[in-house]
Design a protein around this ligand. Structure first.
Ligand SMILES: *Cc1c(COP(=O)(O)O)cnc(C)c1O
Length: 450
């Protein structure tokens, strides 16, 4: 009988109907029943405020509830909501392509639109592979950085297979050679390790280099690997080494783009102009899904031919959706605000000051900050995703109105650009309080899913 009664609240209805991402549902703590959001704040049904210190999974760069973005979307919905992008073009898609090409400053490029970060990567992967097929060269191998994350579709998972997230899918993967990452943090650049890795790679390339189509990297910061930083010197040497074998360089800036690392794109902090660039996440201000893959014009020209055989067989129902493009254009306008660099700089300084202040705690190590990403590791714990050592802190922070989501033992803060220095200070006050509490302060703790 009771089974037929309607469920009473949102959590109960959720528990009967929804499958959440990256969640072990068995034993999961109750989800946060969110009702609304404004600026850096997320509000639950009972009106409790939470500071969104990870920009809602790294996407929501301006904060929530922007009237400017909402108005742009509304106007575009009424003017032209959707139309397929094969055989048709429209102003929002063309204008956005022009602006992305100008901001990337990679030279003449073409923009291929898709729906999210994973598909932006799939497109880059297919372009890189077919570029060589069209030239009648066999280059089946791909190079990637160890622990790199490029998305959850099958090709993107293959690229990120060394991350260990995707062991269940091993049988589906193609061959990817993973290059170890010499990690840097505050005042620490492992020059010897960098040299060793490059020397070993050079030996490998002598044998296999002519069979590799592309190298894909998250430039300067590997996100899901645990906000792992590497030096621009290493990245530059790596890229020029692989290029000497004709290998294409793909930058996955899905996380690092749109000022996340302090410059418009991370590539601007390096001496490298990649051949392909993957964008998503913050591209629309983080309120609608959109992916974009930039390809150098000479790559695009490699797909021209007399038949469809050499064309790129890729496209999605929503490729070039005008509403998503209009949101992205409005977001770019917000980023052009003359006050914006001042705000960005203030966020960086507050993050850096706060994360370095944690050095006094022996429970924290590898403090690091670049642009608007601050991170540290919890000391003396084994790393990576299956490690839940960051979860008691996430739970404590949530109890204190701060949303963070550590990756294993890596704690990071990646706020929206509307955040104030005082809000950053208050989030770190919560982290400092937890680090200062006795290690056994939370003995009977069950890991939450957050
Ligand atoms: C999040 C992310 C992706 C995947 O993007 P989705 O939109 O989640 O598919 C790819 N690459 C990097 C570097 C990312 O951080």
């Amino acid at each position: 009988m009771s089974e037929n009664l309607p469920p009473v609240n949102l959590l109960q209805r959720d528990a009967r109907s929804v499958w959440h991402p990256y969640t072990q549902h068995q034993g999961a703590a109750p989800f946060l029943p969110v009702q609304s959001a404004s600026g850096p704040w997320i509000y639950t049904e009972d009106g409790r405020p939470y500071l969104d210190m990870i920009s809602s999974w790294w996407v929501n760069i301006h904060g929530h509830g922007s009237r400017f973005l909402a108005d742009a979307i509304h106007a575009q919905c009424l003017a032209l909501d959707h139309v397929q992008f094969a055989g048709i073009t429209h102003e929002p898609a063309v204008q956005l392509a022009e602006k992305l090409i100008a901001r990337a400053a990679m030279g003449d490029c073409r923009v291929f639109y898709s729906d999210n970060g994973s598909t932006a990567v799939e497109v880059a992967l297919k372009i890189a592979h077919q570029y060589w097929v069209n030239r009648n060269e066999k280059r089946p191998l791909i190079l990637a950085l160890e622990g790199g994350y490029h998305g959850d579709t099958v090709g993107a998972m293959s690229l990120g297979r060394s991350s260990g997230f995707f062991n269940a899918f091993e049988d589906l993967f193609f061959e990817v050679h993973a290059i170890p990452v010499p990690e840097t943090w505050h005042d620490h650049i492992p020059a010897d390790a960098e040299e060793k890795i490059l020397t070993r790679l050079e030996a490998w390339l002598k044998e296999k280099g002519a069979s590799v189509s592309a190298l894909i990297v998250e430039p300067l910061v590997q996100g899901a690997a645990g906000m792992r930083f590497h030096s621009h010197g290493f990245l530059e040497k790596l890229c020029s080494l692989v290029r000497s074998y004709g290998i294409l360089v793909v930058f996955d800036e899905v996380m690092t783009g749109f000022y996340r690392l302090g410059t418009f794109f991370a590539l601007q902090q390096t001496a490298i102009l990649p051949d392909l660039l993957c964008l998503s996440k913050g591209i629309t201000g983080g309120i609608l899904p959109l992916g974009a893959t930039l390809a150098q014009s000479w790559i695009f020209e490699g797909f021209l031919g007399e038949t469809f055989q050499t064309a790129l067989a890729h496209g999605h129902s929503f490729t070039g959706n005008p509403i998503c493009c209009a949101a992205a254009l409005a977001s770019l306008t917000l980023l052009e605000d003359p006050e914006f660099p001042v705000r960005l700089n203030a966020i960086h300084r507050a993050l850096e000051r706060n994360v370095l202040s944690l050095k006094v705690s022996p429970r924290s190590t590898r403090h690091r900050c670049l642009g608007t990403v601050a991170a540290f590791d919890l000391a003396s714990t084994s790393a990576r995703y299956g490690d839940f050592s960051g979860r008691p802190l996430a739970h404590f922070a949530r109890e204190n109105g701060v949303l963070i989501r550590p990756i294993g033992n890596v704690v990071y803060v990646l706020p929206p650009y509307c955040v104030t220095s005082a809000q950053i200070d208050s989030a770190f006050d919560v982290i400092r309080a937890w680090l200062a509490s006795p290690e056994d302060a939370f003995p009977a703790y069950t890991p939450p899913s957050c």
